[in-house]
Design a protein around this ligand. Structure first.
Ligand code: F6P
Length: 341
């Protein structure tokens, strides 16, 4: 068997750990050959490949990013895209694909599966918003990066008696904000799932200053004020129809300064959350996903995604992972509210 492997969408730490595990077990346990497709779905679409074997995947476990490259290419937005993919897979002698990605990459995999392409999915994203898996790899690393930033911001906020705002990624899900805010002892956490009241945030800021302690506000890039709209950096959409988020932190700092008279500044963590080496948790999760994905290939269990349920890796239909976003339950958010203000 010859297996194609690709990584698509926003990169995250742990992608290389999956690739390494897939190849190592595929070669050693099943005698498979591999071919790497470059830059997400652009690889099979344009026939962009690279060698993938045990030697080319040595030493990559701790490396962030992806040795295969990534892109947000959507073959369903390209005339004849699916036919080109099928042709290129046949030309490269590829029997099946392992697609490592988030909602968009696996959304394409779901459609290709229904069109007869043999595909297995592996869930990745720092956003942790893929349905039917408890966690995606990349999330733990992003949260730890954000927590380190919040810890550092506490000390400088206190020195200068400022309100400091940390804008984190996560798109339309507040997982990174909620986890990093809780772990970092934020004075308030704002997530897309629960629209926030600006007046309430200002009250929390003031009450935190009254306790002679400088407030740290963790805000998700997709958070929305009760009487406003989501802030987007630019109005253009990517090929999956997503806006480029970011800017809400800056907006909030201006509002807080105007309404409370206190100095407020924003740090946007941005792509720092996606870079660098994965945490041990993400290395283990990514490795286990890779091992189970190649076993799913061996079993011919097409159209499935490997998923974490508790401590077990199980297989779920690809469609169940991509049909809706896994967002933060407002009840879970409520647990954190006791720490606000
Ligand atoms: O999905 C991962 C993610 O990092 C989101 O949190 C963020 O909104 C988006 O990707 C940024 O995408 P790009 O790297 O294309 O700017």
């Amino acid at each position: 068997m010859r297996i194609g492997v690709l990584t698509g969408g926003g990169d995250c730490p742990g992608l290389n750990a999956v690739i390494r595990a897939v190849v190592r077990k595929g070669v050693k346990a099943y005698g498979y050959e591999f071919i790497g497709f470059r830059d997400g779905w652009r690889g099979p679409l344009e026939g962009l490949t690279m060698k993938l074997d045990v030697p080319t995947t040595r030493g990559i476990l701790p490396r962030g990013g992806t040795i295969l490259g990534s892109s947000r290419t959507n073959p369903f937005k390209i005339e004849g895209g699916v036919e080109k993919i099928k042709e290129n897979l046949a030309k490269a002698g590829v029997d099946a694909l392992i697609a490592i990605g988030g909602e968009d990459t696996l959304g394409v995999a779901t459609k290709l599966d229904s069109l007869g392409v043999k595909v297995i999915g592996v869930p990745k994203t720092i956003d942790n918003d893929l349905n039917n898996t408890d966690y995606t790899f990349g999330f733990d690393t992003a949260v730890n990066i954000a927590v380190e930033a919040i810890d550092r911001l506490h000390t400088t906020a206190e020195s200068h008696h400022r309100a400091l705002i940390v804008e984190v990624m996560g798109r339309h899900a507040g997982w990174i904000a909620l986890h990093s805010g809780l772990a970092g002892g934020a004075s308030c956490i704002l997530i897309p799932e629960v629209k926030f009241s600006l007046d309430q945030v200002c009250k929390w800021v003031e009450s935190r200053f009254e306790q002679s302690y400088s407030p740290i506000i963790v805000i998700a890039e997709g958070a929305i004020p009760q009487d406003g709209d989501m802030v987007t950096k630019d109005k253009s959409l990517d090929s999956f129809g997503h806006a480029k988020l970011s800017g809400i932190g800056e907006w909030l700092a201006n509002q807080i300064e105007t309404k409370t008279g206190k100095e407020a500044r924003t740090s946007v963590l941005g792509h720092i959350q996606r870079g660098g080496t994965p945490t041990a948790f993400d290395r283990v999760l990514a490795t286990r996903f890779g091992l189970h994905a190649i076993t799913a290939v061996h079993d011919g269990d097409w159209g499935k995604m490997v998923a974490l349920h508790g401590t077990k890796i199980e297989r779920v239909p690809l469609a169940s992972a991509t049909s809706k976003l896994k967002t933060v339950d407002p009840e879970l958010y409520k647990e954190a509210e006791i720490f606000f203000g």
